[in-house]
Design a protein around this ligand. Structure first.
Ligand code: ZN
Length: 255
């Protein structure tokens, strides 16, 4: 049976999301920004929390872990290579590992860059990927604990997933990301289409995610550092993609 997902806002601009296995009733929270918001989502869906799958150590992704574990006795899975501790962890995972949520299966990808041990959870059969703060719609996470080339390699790994993969990220940053992206590729028709779509979604009070990876590949400049038009836009024609990526990321930091 196909997985069901439930997306909800929490903190100021974080997203929480539940993934539910109808066959067994198992339900995982992808990250736990704050306990009460996850509990409200569980109440709304009628689902029972069995797992928390943590993408990285930042407090706005782990703040609810201890309280939720105490209340629900759920299993906490987290990345093995984070430099900062994550509370109440039962199992740590790295790329190549699989994680079960009832009968649903996630493949773990190492996506370092934002943090040193950041991971993504990809459910291939359900065509859904939880990418935390590595990839955002029309953006990517700040490169905090690694060098930009490491982040670029992580983004390439995500870019290699099938185009019809639905991407769930950790924050609602889409409109701000689009504003910046249009300074890099003002004439990209896919980006202009995404801008119109996202403006409509936000005006209607709706989330701009999930978004298909195929759409992101066409419109997100951080996935397009190896496309000549992006290199030209930052006056780096012919330079290695990782260097072009670093320049685009630096411009976003200053934007
Ligand atoms: Zn983060």
């Amino acid at each position: 049976m196909a997985a069901q997902t439930h997306l909800f806002k929490c903190l100021s601009d974080n997203y929480g999301v539940l993934i539910h296995d109808p066959a067994t009733g198992a339900t995982a929270a992808i990250d736990a920004p704050e306990a009460w918001a996850v509990d409200a989502a569980l109440k709304e869906t009628g689902w029972t929390l069995t797992d928390i799958l943590v993408t990285h150590h930042h407090g706005d992704h782990t703040g609810g872990v201890v309280e939720l574990k105490e209340r629900h006795g759920c299993k906490v899975t987290a990345p093995r290579h984070e430099k900062q501790p994550i509370p109440a962890v039962d199992a740590t995972v790295v790329e190549g590992d699989t994680v079960k949520v009832g009968t649903l299966t996630a493949k773990v990808l190492d996506t370092p860059g934002h943090t040193a041990g950041h991971i993504a959870y990809v459910f291939p059969a359900d065509k859904v990927a939880f990418v935390g703060d590595t990839l955002f719609s029309i953006g990517c996470g700040r490169v905090i604990e690694c060098t930009p080339d490491v982040m670029w390699a992580s983004l390439l790994k995500l870019r290699a997933l099938p185009d019809d993969t639905r991407i769930y990220c950790g924050h609602e940053y889409t409109l701000a990301n689009i504003k910046f992206a249009l300074t890099i590729e003002p004439d990209n028709p896919a980006l202009k289409a995404r801008a119109a779509e996202a403006e409509k979604q936000v005006a209607a009070g709706k989330p701009t995610i999930p978004v298909s990876l195929g759409e992101e590949k066409r419109a997100n400049p951080f996935l397009r550092a190896d496309v000549p038009v992006v290199a030209t836009a930052v006056k780096m024609s012919g330079k290695p993609a990782a260097e072009v990526f670093a320049e685009v990321r630096e411009r976003k930091n200053r934007f």
